[in-house]
Write a protein that binds this ligand. Structure first.
Ligand code: DLL
Length: 431
C-alpha cells in the first residue's frame, strides 16, 4: 500500500513542492541560524537569489564537524520552547552531535516511517517487535512511533535479552520485526540453539532492517532463515533518524522521500555532483525540518541514484543500498564510532599511551571489537590488580562515552608496530 499521495507526484509536481519548501527553508536558516547567515554573507548570496533546488551547488556543505562545533544547540533554527524531543549520538572530544524536533518535525518523522511500514505491508493488524535500541539513538523511538502511526501494535523490546525477546516474539505473535540485520541473525542463532523452529514457532512475515551496512548475501540469508521478506530502511540522526529512505521490495533500491529530503550524489574528493547512476557520497538537504534544518549535509554514505522508474508506482527516486563510507567511521552493531573518538577517550586516561590498535571482527553475527593499548612508560604496575583496574577503566570509559563494549587488552610499551608512514590503527576483518 502507498501511504501518502506525495509519494506518487509527477516529476513537475514534485519539483514545485521541493522548490516551494526549499525557498522557505533557506529563509528559515538565513534568519535563524547565525552559522548559515555568516556563510551566505561570505558568499554574497541572499536566500532569494536561489530559485530552485537545481542551484544547490552554489551553496556550502554542512558536516558533522559543524554540528559538533556548535554543540549543543547552535544550529537550531527554533527557540527551545518549540522543541519537543532531543536525540544525540556519541561524538569526538566527548561532545555528542545533538538534534532536535518540533511537533511538526515529529509529525513528519512519523509520516515518513509510516511510508516505510506501508512499503512492507505493515498495518493495523500487525504486531511489530521493535528491537532497535531505545534511548538517545533514533532507531528505537523513531521506529516505535512510525509503527504506531500505521496502527500496528508495537512491542518496545529494545536491544539485548535475546532469550526473552524470542519468547515475547513467539507469545505475542509478532508479524514484523525491526532491528539491525546483525541482531536478527543473532536472534536466529539463539532461537535454533533453544530449540525453536524459526518458521513454525513465529508468525513473522517481514523485517525492516537498517542502521548498518549489510551485504546482499546476508540480506538473502536473513530472508531465508526466517522465511520473511527483507525491507531495508535508511536514515541518520542528523537528517531525521530512520525513515530518510525505505525499500519497497519491488526493486533493488530505497525510495528517498524527496518531498522532505533532497538528495545529491557528489564525488567525495572534489565535492562536485556526479551523474545519476554513478557512485559517490550522498548529500541531503532537509526541505521541511524546523528545529534543525540542514543544508547539503554530507552523510559520508556511499551510494548512487537509480534512474529506472519503480514498478511499485512511487515516483520518488531510489538510492542503491549503502556500499560503504567516504570517511573512517566504523559501525559496530549499529553504533557509530570514529577512530579519533577512541583516541580521545584513551588520551584522558592516565597510564595509557596513545599507541593502540582496534580490531573489529564478527563473532557469530555480532560485531566484536578488541582494543590493544600500550600502557605508558610512566605507568606504575606494581601488582596485577593495577593492570586489571586500568583495563576496567578503559572499558568503562569506552562504554560510557562511545556506547561500545570493547574487549580491552593492555600490552607493554612498543609492542604495537608503528609504521613510519601511516600506522594501521584499525583492522576491520568483517568484510
Ligand atoms: O542509524 C538511524 C537508523 C536507525 C537507520 C534504524 C535505520 C534504522 P545514526 O546512528 O545517526 O542513525 O547512524 C547513521 O548509519 O550514516 C549509515 O552510515 C548507517 N546506516 C543507516 N541505515 C543504513 C542502511 C541511524 N539501511 C548511519 N544501510 C548512516 C547501511 C545504514 N547503512
Amino acid at each position: 500500500m502507498i501511504w501518502s499521495k506525495e509519494e506518487t507526484l509527477s516529476k513537475d509536481e514534485l519539483r514545485n513542492v521541493q522548490n516551494t519548501r526549499f525557498a522557505k527553508m533557506l529563509e528559515r536558516i538565513y534568519s535563524n541560524v547565525e552559522f548559515y547567515k555568516a556563510k551566505f554573507d561570505q558568499l554574497g548570496i541572499k536566500p532569494q537569489d536561489i530559485k530552485s533546488v537545481e542551484q544547490l551547488c552554489r551553496l556550502p556543505f554542512t558536516t558533522k564537524k559543524d554540528l559538533r562545533a556548535h554543540y549543543p544547540f547552535g544550529l537550531f533554527a527554533t527557540p527551545q520552547s518549540e522543541v519537543v524531543r532531543i536525540h544525540s549520538s556519541s561524538g569526538t572530544s566527548g561532545k555528542p552531535t545533538v538534534v532536535g524536533y518540533t511537533k511538526e518535525d515529529m509529525r513528519i518523522w512519523c509520516e515518513v516511517l509510516a511510508r516505510v511500514f506501508s512499503m512492507a505491508g505493515v498495518g493495523k493488524d500487525d504486531v511489530v517487535h521493535n528491537a532497535y535500541g531505545y534511548g538517545l539513538f533514533t532507531g528505537g523511538l523513531g521506529v516505535h512511533y512510525g509503527a504506531e502511526t500505521v496502527g500496528a501494535a508495537v512491542v518496545p523490546s529494545s536491544s539485548g535479552f535475546t532469550s526473552r525477546q524470542l519468547m515475547l516474539m513467539r507469545d505475542f505473535g509478532a508479524t514484523a520485526i525491526t532491528c539491525t540485520p546483525s541482531f536478527v541473525m543473532h536472534l536466529a542463532d539463539h532461537a535454533k540453539a533453544e530449540g525453536y523452529d524459526l518458521k513454525k514457532d513465529f508468525k513473522l512475515k517481514c523485517g525492516i532492517f537498517g542502521a548498518e551496512p549489510t551485504s546482499e548475501a546476508l540480506k538473502k540469508q536473513i530472508a531465508n532463515v526466517w522465511g520473511i521478506k527483507y525491507h531495508d530502511i535508511y536514515g541518520l540522526s542528523e537528517i531525521i533518524g530512520p525513515g530518510v529512505a525505505g525499500g519497497c521490495g519491488q526493486s533493488h533500491g530505497l525510495h528517498i522521500f524527496e518531498d522532505h529530503f533532497y538528495p545529491e550524489i557528489i564525488n567525495p574528493k572534489t565535492g562536485i555532483a556526479v551523474p545519476d547512476g554513478e557512485n559517490g557520497e550522498l548529500v541531503v538537504t532537509t526541505l521541511t525540518k524546523e528545529a534543525i534544518p540542514l543544508l547539503r549535509y554530507r552523510t559520508g554514505d556511499m551510494t548512487s541514484i537509480k534512474t529506472e522508474i519503480c514498478p511499485c508506482g512511487r515516483t520518488h527516486r531510489q538510492i542503491m543500498p549503502i556500499i560503504g563510507r567516504s570517511d573512517d567511521m566504523l559501525i559496530i552493531n549499529g553504533v557509530n564510532v570514529f577512530p579519533s573518538q577512541i583516541e580521545h577517550v584513551l588520551s584522558k586516561i592516565e597510564g595509557t599511551s596513545l599507541n593502540y590498535q582496534v580490531i573489529v571482527y564478527k563473532k557469530g553475527y555480532l560485531d566484536k571489537i578488541d582494543i590493544l593499548v600500550e600502557f605508558g612508560d610512566d605507568f606504575c604496575f606494581d601488582s596485577m590488580s593495577a593492570i586489571e583496574n586500568l583495563t576496567k577503566e578503559i572499558s568503562s570509559q569506552l562504554l560510557t562515552n562511545l556506547f561500545i563494549h570493547a574487549n580491552v587488552k593492555l600490552v607493554e610499551p612498543r609492542t604495537i608496530e608503528v609504521s613510519d608512514t601511516k600506522t594501521k590503527r584499525i583492522i576491520d576483518k568483517r568484510s
